[in-house]
Design a protein around this ligand. Structure first.
Ligand code: AVI
Length: 311
């Protein structure tokens, strides 16, 4: 089976599983087909969605200090690399980097982003790894002189389940042993600010969420009435996370591969958690995998942080 066919089959079987259980919940990775990835790019530009802008400003202002933590001759591994926009602010300040190793599952996008980066930094050794970084993967050999260090921006860790978070810390603590990890986290704040960020006035986040159903129709031939579902995003304060759901507006049927799934009015398909953190709480979580807390950079409003963790 080719890669596209097996990815489609995994989406179908995960969706069947999601629809069979109560409460219904599916992994947020299924947002990101071509259309979903474009919608996410648009989210990052929204006036209400502060994380991308805030993190970029921190990287612009403090990239030199962050690169200094990484040390000379570093091998810099970026997890889930995307467009490679943020990492430029580190690369620009690295002292004779050994190599830049972006790890991403989307091979075509990764390679074109690398080609663009290479133009800006012709002397930089770029060694892309096409892989799901949450699964066991190979990296190029460790540098002889410098340290291997990691970069995981965007508070992408916030979309992991607690078990996935712990697995990520365990994996990176081992992979980056003797080096460190620079990681972006979205901080706990006024729920009204969070609510606006995930319920933007232009409706882009709603389209992003609903695209999961549209994707099921495009790729898997799922049959349902798109007008029967609505975007729902709210802050769950006890769990310190934004939850996104697809809310069924009435009693209805969702058909997948000839199997009928009934939705009651008000029932949801839970599509994403986006965890928000305190700095101390996050450092304590990382410490359980052996990371030691280092410098922290936070914007003046206290909305977003980049943390250096020694591995
Ligand atoms: C990718 N991730 C960190 C985003 C977030 O804020 O949790 C995904 C997102 N979902 C809705 N808006 C943005």
């Amino acid at each position: 089976m080719n890669q596209a066919a097996s990815a489609k089959q995994r989406f179908a079987s995960d969706l069947h599983l999601a629809l069979s259980q109560r409460p219904r919940s599916v992994a947020p990775k299924y947002f990101y087909d071509e259309i979903g990835s474009q919608l996410f790019e648009q989210i990052c530009e929204l006036p209400e969605y502060y994380p991308t802008r805030t993190e970029l400003a921190l990287l612009r202002a403090h990239g030199a200090e962050m690169a200094a933590c990484m040390g000379p001759h570093a091998q810099l591994v970026e997890y889930g690399a995307g467009a490679l926009r943020k990492v430029r602010h580190l690369i620009a300040h690295l002292d004779e980097p050994h190599a830049f190793v972006p790890v991403d599952i989307s091979g075509a996008h990764l390679l074109s982003a690398c080609a663009e980066l290479q133009q800006a930094y012709p002397a930089l050794a770029i060694k892309p790894v096409v892989a799901d970084f949450t699964q066991p993967h190979d990296l190029p050999p460790r540098p002889a002189r410098g340290r291997r260090v990691g970069f995981f921006p965007g508070s992408s860790i916030g979309n992991f389940s607690p078990a996935e978070t712990q697995a990520f810390f365990q994996m990176t603590a081992q992979e980056l042993r003797g080096g460190g990890l620079l990681i972006g986290i979205d901080l706990i704040k006024d729920p009204a600010v969070l609510h606006a960020a995930y319920n933007d006035a232009a409706g882009v986040t709603a389209a992003f969420n609903l695209n999961l159903l549209a994707r099921a129709r495009r790729e898997l031939g799922a049959e349902f009435d798109p007008a029967g579902f609505e975007h729902s995003a709210f802050y769950n304060a006890p769990q310190q996370r934004i939850e996104m759901h697809l809310l069924s507006l009435r009693e209805q049927r969702f058909r997948l591969d000839g199997v009928d799934y009934e939705f009651a009015a008000g029932e949801t398909l839970h599509t994403e958690n986006s965890h928000k953190y305190s700095i101390a709480g996050f450092q304590a979580q990382a410490a359980r995998a052996g990371f030691r807390a280092g410098p922290v950079w936070t914007d003046a409003r206290g909305w977003f942080s980049l943390l250096w963790l020694e591995a």
